[in-house]
Design a protein around this ligand. Structure first.
Ligand SMILES: [Zn+2]
Ligand SMILES: [Zn+2]
Length: 287
């Protein structure tokens, strides 16, 4: 990643954003915020966002990912009395094309002064290995796939919803101790082990949060050509790029669409057609 020179102008230069996190997300977001907006990111440390749901299933998620991120941003504003709030929420689920695990990171930014909400996103293959193990040899295979010890793991007896949980394990000694204890207290002799999905325990997730931050801060640095509001960026695409072989329209994007979060102004940018879509994407050449 290239680091842009410090920003001393722009809509958010010199301002303060409030981020509630207990999982060190500021490690990646604060430098980006400074470099791309010239703004300061302040952690709202005493806010317990776990009340909005956790990755480790003790507290079920009350609402979807976007709504949870939005509520975190709102809580930050209520607590601090500030004007700019940022909420972060991640999810791991089944991926497209049959990929096992997909990580989606959302950042919701709320500007109370301008009454706008801007969303930054990033997604890609994610690391969420989990399984029931009984023997040390099975444990070793699982943690190797889980990226341990760079990635932390969570251990509990019997199954994924057992409340007797040991989180944040990142050393072999701590793992052995937690594994033995869980096996002793297990009714089945099995121990459930999985990646600890909290950002500070999961460097690949932290990297995805950084990508979502780049998306968000780039949107905040762009202003709408119609109304001047910050938060102008890509909102979609229009299909129809001609096939490079037969010239018929395909579902590949023919144009990108940028939009404004405040006034709804849209700008279409046609993609160059001199190369065209790959015939493997063409419903006529490759039905
Ligand atoms: Zn074709
Ligand atoms: Zn606008």
């Amino acid at each position: 990643m290239t680091t842009p020179v410090a920003v001393h102008s722009g809509p958010y230069a010199g301002s303060t954003l409030h981020l509630p996190t207990r999982h060190e997300k500021e490690r990646v977001l604060a430098p980006l915020c400074a470099a791309r907006l010239g703004a300061t990111l302040v952690v709202v440390a005493d806010l317990d966002t776990d009340a909005l749901g956790t990755f480790t299933r003790e507290i079920p998620r009350p609402s979807d990912q976007l709504e949870t991120a939005r509520r975190k941003a709102m809580l930050a504003l209520e607590r601090t009395g500030g004007q700019l709030g940022l909420g972060s929420e991640g999810a791991f689920g089944p991926g497209p094309y049959g990929l096992a695990t997909w990580n989606v990171e959302l950042l919701v930014f709320i500007d109370r002064t301008r009454s706008i909400e801007v969303i930054g996103t990033a997604s890609g293959p994610g690391l969420h290995v989990h399984g029931l193990v009984r023997e040390r040899s099975e444990l070793d295979l699982l943690i190797a796939r889980a990226g341990f010890p760079d990635h932390g793991v969570v251990v509990r007896p019997d199954g994924p919803s057992d409340p007797r949980i040991t989180k944040g394990i990142r050393s072999r000694a701590a793992l052995d101790e937690a594994f033995d204890a869980a096996r002793r207290s297990s009714s089945s002799g099995a121990v459930f082990v999985e990646n600890d999905l909290r950002a500070h325990m999961h460097p690949s997730r932290m990297a995805m949060i950084e990508r979502a931050g780049i998306d968000l801060f780039d949107r905040l640095a762009r202003c709408c050509p119609a109304c001047g509001s910050p938060g102008f960026g890509r909102v979609g695409s229009i299909p129809g790029l001609p096939c490079s072989s037969c010239g018929m329209p395909t579902n590949e994007p023919a144009a990108d669409v940028d939009g404004c979060v405040r006034c709804g102004h849209r700008v279409e940018t046609r993609r160059p057609t001199d190369v065209g879509a790959d015939p493997s994407r063409c419903p006529y050449c490759n039905p």
